[in-house]
Write a protein that binds this ligand. Structure first.
Ligand SMILES: Cc1cc2nc3c(=O)[nH]c(=O)nc-3n(C[C@H](O)[C@H](O)[C@H](O)COP(=O)(O)O)c2cc1C
Length: 190
């Protein structure tokens, strides 16, 4: 099982990082290979043409040399995903949002394309970490759920973690990573 963990967290420690580490530990203990990629350098979609560009015709971004192309290639190699973000303004962190905006154009599941969408039918564990007031986990996770719908991915689980539940949510994050890494089927009763 190859897992790609995508994050836009600019911090090298703290709540969000500790949850990502717990998920990676769980997935690794289950025997999965985890690759972590950061979206920090990804710039916003330039909205080519009259709204659609090469994303619609060929699943590629005309401005993908900001690191986008590398992450897109890794998505094709992955069996499962973790998307983890600090909550900013009740939403997904901006560089991760820019990445998700661009990748859903290229990898959406509904436009006819020459190749299948890379996320199609694959499980995605979604994590939102509101580290301040604790507000905004739900709106952020809703945004991420909509992304999964656009690319045809299956939500494996939702985790919202804040400063006063992080002890038991860290344990849940480890367990979720382990379940994802072991190849647990969505929809199968445990
Ligand atoms: C621009 C900005 C906006 C933020 N907005 C929220 C927010 O809406 N709700 C919240 O609980 N925390 C908010 N925070 C705090 C982050 O969510 C917090 O830093 C993040 O969860 C990561 O925690 P950590 O810094 O311990 O890793 C914000 C932080 C920044 C920098």
């Amino acid at each position: 099982m190859r897992i790609l963990l995508l994050t836009g967290n600019p911090k090298k420690d703290g709540l969000c990082k500790s949850i990502a580490d717990a998920i990676i530990r769980g997935a690794t203990d289950a025997g999965a290979d985890v690759t972590q990629m950061s979206t920090e350098k990804i710039s916003r979609c330039r909205v080519c043409g009259d709204g659609w560009g090469t994303c619609a015709s060929g699943r590629s971004c005309a401005f993908g040399d900001d690191g986008f192309n590398d992450i897109q290639a890794q998505i094709g190699n992955a069996d499962a995903f973790v998307i983890i973000t600090p909550v900013y303004w009740g939403e997904v962190e901006e560089s991760l949002k820019s990445f998700l905006d661009k990748i859903r154009r290229c990898e959406n599941a509904f436009l006819p394309k020459p190749t299948p969408a890379k996320f199609l039918g694959k499980p995605v564990l979604l994590v939102a970490s509101p580290g301040g007031s604790g507000d905004g986990a739900l709106s952020c996770l809703t945004e991420l759920e909509r992304f999964c719908q656009h690319v045809g991915a299956s939500v494996f689980d939702f985790i919202g973690v804040n400063r006063w539940n992080s002890d038991y949510k860290r344990e849940a994050a480890y367990a979720a990573g382990k379940a994802l890494g072991s190849g647990r089927d969505i929809g199968k009763t445990v």
